[in-house]
Design a binder for this molecule. Structure first.
Ligand code: HEM
Length: 504
C-alpha cells in the first residue's frame, strides 16, 4: 500500500521534478567514495528492499554490503552501521560530526516543531535542555529520590499478581508492565498520577497507546518531502488528533504546577524547574510553554515503553529458559530469603540479575536502530565520504548478534558476562542498547533502576507458567518492529506466588 502510494505520486510528479533530479541521479562520479550499498531504483532508491521489519532487512543487506553501507530512501541518503568497530567510528571517533538528528514529520506535531530533546537539532538549545533535564531528573541523587514511586508501583503490581495467583488466572503481563511503567514515568516526569487527572489522564493514556501505531509507520513525507502536505497515509491527521489530546493533558500538568510552584532545589520537580525558564532567553530561543510541554512529553515517551519492552523481553527469555530462571531465583533466595520481598538497595548485589538484563538487552535492544543520527558536516569515515545531512542508522540489534564479537550469538546465555567488563554505558561498542556518545541515552541509569527492580520482584515473588501447559521453549518470540520493538504478541502467563509470607 505504502509503496503503491509512493509510486503513483512519484510518477505523477516526475515531469515536474525532472530538471532537479537529472543531475542528482546521473552524478555517479561524485558518489564513488560513498560506502558500498545495494543498487537502488531511480527516485524510490532502495525503498523496495525494505519491509516491515526494518532492523532485519538492514541486517541482511549489511551482511552482503558491509558494516558501513549506503542506502537511498527516496530523497534521503542514509548510511547503515552494523559492526562494533564501525559504530565506534561514528559514535566516538566522529561523534560530533554525527550528533545531528534528521527532521521528522511526526516531530512537527508531537514535539511542537522539534522543540523536544530527542529530536532537536544539535546546538546550544539541545545542549542546555539536555543539561537541565540531566540535573533535574536523571542524576543518581534524583533517581534515588524517586525510589518510593517505583516501590509503590511495583508493590501494586505484585499485589495484583498475587490475587491472580490465587485464582490461577492467566495474566496479560505485557499490558500490566506497560501500565506500571507508564504510571511510574507519569509520576516521575509530570509529578502527577494519571488517576488523579481523571478523564484527562485516561484520555492521555489512550492517545499514548495509539501513538506507536502512528510513529512506527514509515512516513512517506520523511523521504519524499514534496508529498508530505498531501498526507497520503492519513498520518498527519492522526498525529494532529493525538497531539490535541496530549496538549490538553500537558496544559493541565503545567497549570497544576503554576498554582503551587516550588522553587527551592530540594522540593521542586522537573516541571517546576522548566517553568522557571519561561520568558528567559534560553540558548538564544525565547523559552515558552510549548518548550516545556515538548520536553516533558518527550521524556515520558522515551521512558515509558522502552522500559516496559525490555522487562517484557527479559521475562520472555526467562520463561523460555527455565534453568536460567531457577538460577536467578536461587540468587534472590540466597540474598533475600523467602520470607520477604527484595528491596531496591539490594539490587546492586545481584550479579546474576545484572547479567540476565544485559543479555536481554544484547538480544532484544528495545530501540534496535537507536534514534537516527545525521551528519552535520561532510566527513570521511574509514575512507568513505559521508556527505552533510546523511542520515546515520546504527543497527544495535545486528551488532548484538555479530559473530565476531559474540560466541553463539543467538543463544540466551547470561553467563557470557561472567567476569567480563562489557557494560551498557556506551564504552563497549558490541553492546549499545542505550547508544553512545553525545546523543546517547541520558536516562540509562533511571531505566536500569526500574528494570532491575521490576524483574527482581517478578522473579522472586512468582513462578511462571504459560497457559494450556505450553512448554516455555515454545513461546513465540516474534518481534514487531518500531522505534521501540516489542513482542508481536502480548506475553500471557499464569503466576504462582512462591514467597513464604502472607499466602492469603
Ligand atoms: C530500557 C530503557 C531505555 C532504552 C533501551 C533507551 C534507549 C535509548 C536510545 C537507543 C537512544 C538513542 C541513542 C542514540 O541515538 O545514539 C535514547 C535516547 C534518549 N533517551 Fe533513552 N532509553 C531508555 C530509557 C530512557 C529513559 C528512562 C529516559 C528518561 C526519562 C530516556 C531519555 C532519552 C532521551 C531524552 C534521549 C535523547 C537524547 C538526545 O538526543 O540527546 N531514555 N534512548
Amino acid at each position: 500500500m505504502l509503496v503503491a502510494v509512493v509510486v503513483i505520486i512519484v510518477l505523477a510528479v516526475i515531469p515536474l521534478l525532472a530538471p532537479f533530479l537529472a543531475p542528482r541521479l546521473s552524478n555517479s562520479g561524485q558518489e564513488k567514495s560513498l560506502p558500498p550499498g545495494p543498487r537502488g531504483l531511480p527516485i524510490l532508491g532502495n525503498l523496495l528492499s525494505l519491509g516491515k521489519n526494518l532492523h532485519l532487512d538492514l541486517h541482511k543487506l549489511s551482511q552482503k554490503h558491509g558494516p558501513i553501507m549506503s542506502l537511498r530512501i527516496g530523497f534521503t541518503r542514509a548510511v547503515v552501521v552494523s559492526s562494533p568497530k564501525s559504530a565506534e567510528l561514528f559514535l566516538k571517533t566522529h561523534d560530533l560530526a554525527f550528533a545531528g538528528r534528521p527532521p521528522q514529520e511526526s516531530m512537527k506535531y508531537l514535539a511542537y516543531g522539534q522543540k523536544n530533546l530527542s529530536f532537536s537539532p544539535y546546538g546550544p538549545y539541545w545542549r542546555n535542555v539536555r543539561k537541565t533535564v540531566t540535573l533535574e531528573l536523571l542524576t543518581s541523587r534524583k533517581v534515588n529520590s524517586m525510589k518510593p514511586i517505583r516501590e509503590e508501583g511495583v508493590g501494586s503490581l505484585v499485589k495484583y499478581l498475587k490475587d491472580a495467583s490465587r485464582e490461577r488466572a492467566v495474566v496479560n503481563i505485557s499490558e500490566r508492565i506497560k501500565s506500571l511503567t507508564a504510571d511510574i514515568s507519569c509520576r516521575m516526569i509530570f509529578g502527577n498520577k494519571f488517576e488523579d487527572k481523571g478523564s484527562i489522564g485516561r484520555g492521555f493514556l489512550t492517545a499514548f497507546r495509539e501513538l506507536s501505531e502512528v510513529t512506527n509507520a514509515p512516513n512517506v513525507g520523511n523521504f519524499f518531502p514534496f508529498v508530505a502536505n498531501f498526507d497520503l497515509q492519513g498520518l498527519t491527521k492522526k498525529m494532529k488528533g493525538i497531539s490535541k489530546v496530549f496538549d490538553t493533558f500537558l496544559e493541565s500538568v503545567l497549570d497544576d504546577h503554576m498554582s503551587s510552584r516550588k522553587m527551592d532545589e530540594g522540593s521542586r520537580d522537573l516541571v517546576d524547574a522548566m517553568l522557571g525558564f519561561i520568558g528567559s532567553d534560553h540558548s538564544r530561543n525565547a523559552f515558552e510553554r510549548d518548550h516545556v510541554k515538548a520536553i516533558i512529553l518527550d521524556l515520558f515517551i522515551a521512558a515509558a515503553d522502552t522500559t516496559a519492552t525490555l522487562a517484557e523481553w527479559v521475562m520472555s527469555e526467562l520463561i523460555r529458559n527455565g534453568t536460567i530462571m531457577k538460577k536467578l531465583q536461587g540468587e534472590l533466595a540466597q540474598l533475600v530469603g523467602m520470607q520477604r520481598t527484595v528491596e531496591e538497595f539490594e539490587i546492586e548485589a545481584l550479579e546474576y540479575l545484572n547479567m540476565v538484563i544485559k543479555e536481554g538487552m544484547r538480544l532484544h535492544p528495545p530501540v534496535p536502530l537507536l534514534l537516527p543520527h545525521m551528519a552535520i558536516e561532510d566527513t570521511v569515515v574509514n575512507g568513505f565520504r559521508i556527505p552533510r545531512n546523511t542520515m546515520v542508522i546504527v543497527n544495535a540489534w545486528s551488532i548484538g548478534r555479530d559473530p565476531s564479537a559474540w560466541i553463539e550469538p543467538e543463544k540466551f546465555c547470561p553467563e557470557r558476562f561472567q567476569g567480563s567488563q562489557i557494560d551498557v554505558n556506551g564504552q563497549h561498542f558490541q553492546l549499545l542498547p542505550f547508544g553512545a556518545g553525545r546523543r546517547g541515552c541520558p536516562g540509562a541509569q533511571l531505566a536500569l533502576s526500574i528494570i532491575r527492580f521490576v524483574v527482581a520482584q517478578l522473579v522472586h515473588c512468582f513462578d511462571w507458567e504459560l497457559p494450556d501447559g505450553m512448554p516455555g521453549t515454545e513461546l513465540d518470540m516474534t518481534e514487531e518492529f518500531g522505534i521501540v520493538t516489542t513482542r508481536a504478541k502480548d506475553l500471557k502467563v499464569i503466576p504462582s506466588y512462591r514467597l513464604k509470607i502472607d499466602k492469603r
